[in-house]
Design a binder for this molecule. Structure first.
Ligand code: NAI
Length: 215
């Protein structure tokens, strides 16, 4: 595998989808797939898939296609899923609990090591396999455990108020559900903002403008 140089974010954003499809193929017992078949399953062109994978060295063989397990393993390595980044979650409310309960963090490359909230009612409760700690203990926790990723499931004003200290504590990446965009104020940090409402509004537009919808 060659070292990727300046791979575009749109290519990176397609990798998890490749990984998911390949995982499904493996579960179904498929060990080999042509780029044409893969492209049909994924709704992409075969040339798009080749171009994407060529950013990392290309993995197909002319006349053979792709070895599904090998490609799955390579994409896992490219994404860094084997690294197990130490991660904490702040905000053990409805959203935070749903995330902790429903996502398989270790499979996705993250080691969830702490959950924090500022509500005395929630501190001490068990969510998933972890006990909720008070956010006041975050600094001490970080010095002892050095987490690098923070998942923010707190309101916008709380995220804005905490941002300085989180940057000082050495967090390198944020999975941000709060509606405060850290990347605007803190350049150079990596933020994945998630706005479920944006996806829903995109759906709204697409339904409204769907040419096969005659009504
Ligand atoms: P929630 O009210 O159930 O949970 C918020 C939790 O954050 C509470 O447990 C609260 O005690 C805690 N909290 C507040 N300030 C804090 C602080 N300074 N330090 C530590 N913990 C603090 O709300 P829910 O439904 O879990 O949503 C959380 C936030 O995510 C909301 O602000 C909501 O607007 C946002 N949200 C974003 C979505 C998105 O797609 N980006 C989707 C749904 C909610």
């Amino acid at each position: 595998m060659t070292k990727p140089t300046a791979v575009s974010l749109s290519v990176v954003r397609r990798l998890p989808r490749y990984y998911r499809f390949l995982g499904e193929l493996l579960k179904g017992g498929c060990n080999r797939i042509s780029s044409k078949e893969l492209s049909e399953k994924m709704g992409l062109t075969a040339s798009q898939i080749r171009q994407d994978l060529n950013c990392f060295g290309g993995f197909g063989q002319q006349g053979y296609g792709y070895n599904v397990q090998a490609l799955y393993d390579e994409i896992a390595k490219i994404l860094g899923l084997d690294k197990q980044q130490k991660t904490i979650l702040i905000g053990a409310g409805n959203l935070g609990r749903a995330i902790v309960t429903h996502l398989d963090f270790s499979h996705l490359g993250f080691d969830l090591v702490g959950i924090f909230d500022n509500s005395d009612e929630l501190v001490g409760e068990t969510v998933g396999s972890l006990t909720v700690s008070h956010v006041d203990s975050l600094s001490e926790f970080c010095h002892e455990n050095s987490p690098v990723i923070a998942i923010l499931c707190i309101p916008k004003n709380a995220a804005e108020a905490l941002a300085d200290s989180l940057i000082e504590l050495g967090f390198k990446g944020f999975w941000n559900f709060s509606h405060y965009d850290l990347a605007i104020d803190y350049h150079g940090i990596v933020v994945e903002n998630v706005h479920l409402g944006d996806s829903l509004m995109t759906l709204c537009y697409r339904v409204k403008n769907n040419p096969s919808n005659n009504s």
